[in-house]
Design a protein. Structure first.
Ligand SMILES: [Zn+2]
Length: 265
């Protein structure tokens, strides 16, 4: 887009000398006619020379003014374009009808955590735990965002739920997150914070997770009994640890999502 703007300026610059030449040529003609005349009088010649000088000066000032105006006008256009682009970047679309409790804080596009690959279909939601006891949702979000600079690893998730139940969305649901291995291509991922080594979620985290899972099931018409997965169900990695070690509590969690879905219908 910038190239087009700059090309436009160049075109206008190329046009300038032609414009000035045309004006000079027009002004020169009466003089030539006068010179070809048999007995040109001094005062008309002086007058036409004066007129010519005046015309050239006027043309020069006019052209100068025109380009100064254009240049500043163009600068304004460029800076407003840039600010439009950056505000669009900040506000880019969450990709679904996000409920009010979801804070949309997109991370920057980069190959380590937000590759910008289109998520063609959603066939499930995968639940994870951050495996970093006591870390906050904001810290985990910033960690993923900073991978653009640190290049430490390839990782991210669509959502992070904090210990106090806060829900941050960091990647649009129309794009891949790097979270669930071979299921990155057709699932949405949720990372959950936890206070202890055992990975058990706080009640607030748990409640937000149930609410978010129910909303995603509704949005994508998913069956909570078969399309909500643990990372463990994809790769057998012990994640989310507590709900791998406590199978019964995972089943209870799925039942709670089904109940929340039914209650809202
Ligand atoms: Zn995981």
């Amino acid at each position: 887009m910038n190239n087009n703007v700059y090309n436009d300026i160049a075109e206008k610059k190329d046009a300038a000398p032609v414009d000035v030449k045309d004006r000079a040529a027009v002004s020169l003609e009466p003089k030539k006619d006068g010179a070809d005349g048999k007995k040109p009088k001094k005062s008309p010649l002086a007058l036409s020379l004066f007129a010519l000088t005046l015309a050239v000066i006027c043309a020069a000032f006019f052209t100068l003014g025109f380009f100064i105006g254009k240049k500043f006008g163009m600068k304004d256009a460029l800076s407003s374009l840039e600010s439009a682009e950056s505000s669009q970047e900040e506000k880019d679309d969450p990709g679904w009808n996000a409920p009010d409790y979801v804070e949309y804080q997109p991370i920057v596009k980069n190959e380590y955590s937000r590759p910008g690959i289109t998520l063609e279909e959603v066939n499930g939601v995968v639940v994870h735990y951050v495996a970093n006891p006591g870390s906050t949702a904001a810290q985990n979000r910033n960690y993923f965002n900073n991978l653009a600079v640190t290049h430490e690893t390839w990782a991210s998730s669509h959502f992070i739920i904090g210990i106090d139940g806060e829900v941050i969305q960091l990647i649009p649901l129309t794009e891949w997150a790097y979270c669930s291995n071979e299921r990155n291509k057709d699932t949405i991922s949720i990372e959950c914070c936890h206070p202890g080594e055992d990975g058990k979620f706080t009640d607030k985290t748990y409640d937000s997770l149930i609410k978010l899972l129910a909303d995603l099931c509704r949005e994508y018409d998913l069956d909570p009994r078969t399309q909500l997965l643990r990372h463990y169900d994809v790769t057998e990695k012990p994640c989310p640890l507590y709900y791998v070690e406590h199978e019964d509590e995972w089943r209870e969690l799925l039942a709670d999502v089904a109940a929340a879905l039914t209650a809202s219908e």
